[in-house]
Design a protein around this ligand. Structure first.
Ligand SMILES: Cc1cc2nc3c(=O)[nH]c(=O)nc-3n(C[C@H](O)[C@H](O)[C@H](O)COP(=O)(O)O)c2cc1C
Length: 220
């Protein structure tokens, strides 16, 4: 069998993985997003790992302005107060993220498509870490894969959760049954400009331990 690892262009793969950013201010609000393109991204996302190989993730594409208009005030009410509370004293990168997220809160209704990630079932209120890790660990990789696949197709997206503060209200608007959990709402649009820079991150050796908690992975 051919060694498939050789087919992957590592440089390009790393470029995709390190420069797929949450896109908010650079979303093109005037260019419609074809539904087929979103379905392609969801097809890719379905290959992400999931506990027990159970395909229980679901997606809703919302591109009807009338439906977006019903959800937008819910999104904005919580988003604005959350960001206002965090903007006090925020500096540097944190301040920029809050400013960018505030822009998205203000313009969310105008983003051509929203993609909601959901999972069948709801966890009991007393769920243990094992259940939580298995449950959310089965959805999050797919959402990220969706974002990567979107980026590769010229689409920007932002992982947002403000609507979850009023999850039930959103569920009623979209006809989502009480047995289903909403995970994220991604506004999606073509992005403007053509390059993204990786954000500064702590080096692996600083956040990785060897064999024991806090034991350094390198000698120096
Ligand atoms: C679980 C989760 C929830 C998030 N919720 C929001 C949100 O409600 N609004 C928003 O603008 N960004 C949200 N983000 C995006 C983060 O702010 C963003 O990933 C972080 O600032 C790092 O930026 P980068 O992904 O562009 O590198 C969320 C990300 C995750 C993983």
């Amino acid at each position: 069998m051919a060694d498939m690892s050789k087919v992957i262009d590592v440089e390009n793969a790393d470029l995709l993985l390190t420069t797929t950013k949450q896109v908010r201010k650079r979303l093109d609000l005037n260019r419609p997003v074809p539904r087929e393109l979103l379905l392609e991204c969801i097809d890719v996302a379905s290959h992400a790992p999931m506990g027990g190989n159970q395909e229980r993730n679901r997606w809703i594409i919302v591109d009807d302005p009338a439906i977006k208009a019903q959800i937008t005030p819910i999104y904005q009410a919580y988003g604005s107060s959350y960001l206002a509370a965090r903007s006090e004293g925020a500096e540097g990168r944190q301040e920029r993220v809050i400013e960018s997220a505030s822009y998205l809160v203000d313009h969310v209704a105008d983003v051509p498509a929203w993609v909601l990630a959901l999972r069948l079932d709801r966890l009991p209120a007393d769920a243990e870490n094992f259940d939580l890790a298995s449950y959310y660990g089965s959805v999050a990789p797919g959402v990220w894969s969706f974002q990567l696949a979107a980026r590769a197709r010229g689409l920007g997206s932002a992982w947002t959760t403000f609507h979850l503060a009023r999850e039930q209200q959103v569920a009623e608007i979209l006809g989502i049954p009480a047995t289903v959990t909403q995970i994220a709402l991604l506004p999606v649009a073509y992005y403007t400009g053509d390059s993204f820079a990786p954000a500064p991150r702590r080096p692996a050796a600083e956040i990785t331990y060897l064999n024991r908690w806090k034991a350094p992975v390198t000698d120096d």
